[in-house]
Structures are given as structure tokens and as C-alpha cells.
Ligand binder design. Sequence first.
Ligand code: NAD
Length: 410
Amino acid sequence: MFNSIMTLALRALATFYPSQKPLMFSGAHSAIKLADFMIDSGIQRPLLITDRFLLDNGMLDGLITHLKKRGCVVTTYADIIPNPTFAVIESGLASSKKNHCDAVFVVGGGSAIDAAKVIAAASTNKKPLTQLTGILKVDNPLLPFYAVPTTSGTGSEVTSAAVISDSETHKKQFFVDPKYIPKAIALDSELLKSLPPAITAATGMDALTHAIEAYTSKNHFADSDQDAETAIRLLFRFLPAAYQNGDDIYAREMVAVASFLAGYAFNKAGLGYVHAISHQISAHYNTAHGLANAVILPRVLRFNQSSCQKRYAALEQLLTNNSARQSVTTTTETDQELAQQFIARVDRLSDALNIPVNLTDLQPTDFNAIAQQAIAEARRSYAVPRVMKKEQATVILKSVHSGSRHLCFS
Ligand code: NAD
């Protein structure tokens, strides 16, 4: 009953506040094109937000030189950490105010983009951060906001959400408003080449999780389905290549496009228990978001199987036809068989990307709190295909702790 009310509420929200896709530049050095677009829109004092790795390795040197050559006064804020905290936002905001910045230009993963969103909102909304958390809390438009994602995973460049960790409560706080969608973005393949294989694997599986959770949400739409399907096709085809050879620019670009489409799909249709559980794990142990999702995904796929037989079967057929390329094959197998094949296909992809079967940080003493918080997050936020009980979430946590993929839900 509660789940149906939640589905209706989320559907109404998606209908009255329709998602938009930002203007997109893509290809090698498209970050420079995005910078030109920003400057030609009248921006002169951008706050450039990034993380230490990208800045210290000189990956933004060309961009910074270009911005300065075109007359910009650039303030750089590079103290972004994975799973950014309120303290990170406060110090970025202070930098924006002190230097009278007139736009936010972010280059980085989901952590940098999320922090940049909230800094851009807090710069123009005279509210403490605690009053910006939650849904539709942004009164004024953000400082003009431009994003270059470099991890091809979160899809944050196209979502209305930002996720900030509260280091005191061990909870992730959500900031949700359509105003958080950037004005324009760039998928710059040159900046993706340096992403190490393990992060490429985890963030790519994060994108796959977004697409699958959106596709199996009870709040899915025709266009979110279409984007989720395309994302899933692209990820199965190109993620192993990007993982094996980081210099494969074409594979990198296709994975970035997949992540963008998966971001759009989940922004509209919502997420599910993989995220509900992984958010709590990351908040407790600072586990990388993509890795936590990648490890939990196969477990939740199995939990949802009885309610998602047809959807999994449709994806399996899509991917079978994807492999067969030209000739569209038909199958006499049942939905149940196809659904099982789909789950096995996800397992094979995880294995090919060397995704671990367990998360070593997870502590049994925290199972109760994590399970409780995960169930609460899903009840509040997601139109899940099958409702999970706390005991079932605990079964998943036990299997993530022990590394066994065999699950027995009572
Ligand atoms: P991340 O931004 O934390 O980056 C992970 C690591 O990759 C960092 O050490 C970073 O320095 C490094 N890195 C980034 N780009 C690189 C590159 N090109 N080459 C080499 N190293 C690079 O990871 P993420 O998975 O992109 O983001 C996770 C965050 O995003 C979490 O806080 C999560 O909650 C949030 N998230 C937000 C949304 C949303 O819609 N807003 C969706 C999903 C996740």
C-alpha cells in the first residue's frame, strides 16, 4: 500500500517537474569548447572545482591556461574528497564568496560535481546548508553551472540531485531540485583516459546499476526505459574494452554516454535497494560509491527476480540481439529462464571487471543500523519493484560480508 502511494507521488513529481537534459559537448578537448561556451555567455570569474588528483597531475593545465587567455579570473578549489562532506561545501562556498565568482565550472567525478552543485546553490540562496537539504529547497537559480564528468559513473551531470555525507550522523543527505541540472556539460574523452582500471570498473557498474534500477522501478517511463536500454547495451559492449585499455578513446566515450543516459533514466524513474543499501555502507565506512553498488547489485537482482521476471527477460533479449548484431533472434525460452540468464550475464560482467564479491569493511555489528536505514531510505524515496524487509536486507549484508552469492530469503 505504502509502495503504491510512493509510486504515485514520485510519478506526479516527475510529471510536474520534468527532467531536462543539459546541452552537451563531447569528444576530445570538449572541456575547452564548454569553457568557450561559458565565456561567450558572459562569465568572467569562474570558480573551478576539481580534486587534487586531477589538478596535481596537470590534467587541467590546458583548461586553466585557456580560461586565463580568454580573460577570466579563475579561482581554483581542489579540496574535493570522495563522498564529500558539509565541511567541504562550506570551504568551497567561502572561496566562491571571497573571490566574487560568477559561475561554477566543475571537472571531476560525482563527488566533485555534487559538491559543486551545492556550492553553486548556496552561493545564490541565503540559507544555511541544512535548509537546502531535501526536495525543492532551492529558491533562486544556481550560479551558472557547467560540468565535465571524469568518472563515467554517477550521471550526476544530468541529475537533479546532490549527495553530501554528514560525518557526524553517518548519513548521506540528499539535495534534490531540478535547478541542480547544469546549463551545459562536456564528455571529454581526453580527461577519461587516466581513470585507473579498478575505478573504471566500479564507476561503470554504478552506471549499470542506475540503468537497471531505473528500468525496474515501478515509476519507469517510456523515455527513461529507452535511455536505460541504450545505456545497458553500451555498457555491456564497451565497459570491458574501457577497462582493459584505458586509451581506447571510443570505448571511453561510449561508456561516458552510457553513464549520462543512465543518469537521465534514474533521475526520472528513480533508484532502488542497491542504492538504498550502498548509501548507508558508504556513509559508515567511506566505501567508494561505485564499488559498493557493484558488489550489492547481483544480490538485489536476485531478491527482485520474482517481481522483475519480464523486465529482466526483455533486457536479456535486448543483449542477445546486441551480440547477434544484425539478425534479430527470437527465443523459445521462458521469462524465468531469460531472467536467470540476465543475472548470470551481470555476474560474468562483474567477474570480467574483477569486481570483488565482498566488502571487507562491512562489520556485523553495524548490520542492524545499516539495514534499518536502507529500508527507511527506500520507503521515503524509491518506487521499488518488490518491498524488502529489514531481515531480508540483513541477509544481503551477510552475503556481502561473507562473499557468498548464494542467498536464501525467507
Ligand atoms: P569520485 O568522484 O569520488 O572519484 C573517485 C576517485 O576517482 C577519486 O579519487 C578521484 O580523484 C578519481 N578520479 C576522478 N576522475 C579521474 C580521472 N579522470 N582519472 C583518474 N582519477 C580520477 O567517484 P564517483 O563514483 O564519480 O562519485 C561518487 C559520489 O557521487 C558519491 O558521493 C555518490 O554519493 C555521488 N553520486 C551522486 C549522484 C547524483 O545524482 N548526484 C549519483 C550517484 C552517485
